[in-house]
Design a protein around this ligand. Structure first.
Ligand SMILES: [Zn+2]
Length: 99
């Protein structure tokens, strides 16, 4: 018997709070399967939201823009940055919200 067992025993969960599978976890943690599922769904949603909002932003930026090369490049960089940032924000929000 480990000397730490009595101290840690009260802080261990014996089933995952989300899927109720029997596992040993630190209190308040989710099992690996749940974390993977949550992460996968969050990534998929983030990609979709980022792509659609970037498309909308691209149309909004490019339709009224004059055919000037530099203006188009700046607009393109803006749309790309929007894609990356909205992807990160949505993924983070989704993975926190699903717990
Ligand atoms: Zn679980």
């Amino acid at each position: 018997m480990s000397s730490q067992t009595p101290l840690v025993a009260g802080l261990v969960e014996h089933e995952c709070p989300r899927c109720h599978r029997p596992v040993e976890l630190p209190l308040g943690q989710l099992c690996k399967t749940c974390l993977t599922t949550i992460d996968k769904r969050a990534r998929r949603t983030a990609r979709l939201v980022a792509a659609l909002s970037s498309l909308a932003m691209g149309l909004y930026v490019f339709i009224p823009v004059p055919p000037d090369e530099r203006v188009r490049i700046v607009g393109m960089v803006g749309v790309l940055m929007w894609y990356v940032l909205s992807n990160m924000v949505v993924r983070r929000a989704m993975s926190l919200w699903q717990r």
